[in-house]
Design a binder for this molecule. Structure first.
Ligand code: CA
Length: 231
């Protein structure tokens, strides 16, 4: 199992990410302070670091510089609420491999983690990241969706929702599953936002792609297998 070090002081975020990565077969160790994280990064044999910038003791940029001074190849992804372009530039020029602003989509974090993990010796090349279902294609890294080769403009949430369906074709996804995957740790379980966004996706990608499973949720289907719900 790949070992990932997450240097993050907010337990809500670190436990959400650690749980999600575990479900993806990735092991995570959490360090809640910069000093502990730095020590672990330099001694722990980790394969990748997810680094918060606002830490209670030393700043994330300092942690980044100190790791880079000793290990030039350890992949580091910055995950931070400081979303200014200036910080992005500083992060990348100080040696981070990638930069994700909070709030973030979990699926995108996983895609970026997988992209940056050093390939294991002798393992197969990284799989094609593009997700396909009938004539629908979604590229999670380039953030592009096409239907029959024609690009469709989706908002960030619509994109995340479409990606979740494409990762689980044919499977019934409950509203709760979709809420936790797309809206992350920031959702109200009573909200009807999933239904609203499925309607947006139907309008943009084709009504007959998403079947309503009454009382449960939704399913991505081939348009020829579409059964209109009775509701
Ligand atoms: Ca923080």
């Amino acid at each position: 199992m790949s070992q990932i070090l997450m240097i993050e002081d907010e337990p809500r975020i670190s436990s959400f990410v650690a749980k999600g990565l575990k479900a993806e077969g990735l092991g995570t160790t959490v360090a809640p302070t910069g000093r502990e994280g730095l020590m672990l990064a330099l001694t722990g044999g980790f394969e990748l670091v997810i680094l918060d910038l606002g830490l209670p003791d030393i700043d994330g940029f300092t942690v980044l510089e100190k790791i880079r001074a000793q290990d030039s190849a350890l992949p580091i992804i910055i995950l931070t609420a400081r979303a200014s372009g200036e910080d992005t530039v500083t992060g990348l020029t100080s040696g981070a491999d990638d930069y994700m602003p909070k709030p973030f989509r979990f699926a995108e974090l996983v895609a970026r983690v997988r992209l940056r993990l050093r390939p294991e010796a002798g393992s197969a090349p990284a799989p094609d990241p593009v997700l396909r279902h009938a004539d629908l294609e979604l590229d999670p890294l380039r953030h592009v969706v096409t239907v029959g080769g024609v690009e469709v403009d989706l908002s960030a949430r619509e994109f995340a929702l479409a990606e979740t369906f494409l990762r689980h074709p044919g499977q019934v996804l409950s509203r709760e599953q979709l809420l936790s995957r797309v809206w992350g740790y920031d959702f109200d379980p009573g909200s009807n936002v999933v239904d609203v966004y499925v309607r947006y996706l139907r309008n943009k990608l084709g009504v007959a792609r998403f079947t309503t499973v009454r009382g449960v949720g939704y399913r991505l289907v081939d348009e020829k297998d579409y059964q209109p719900a009775a509701d």
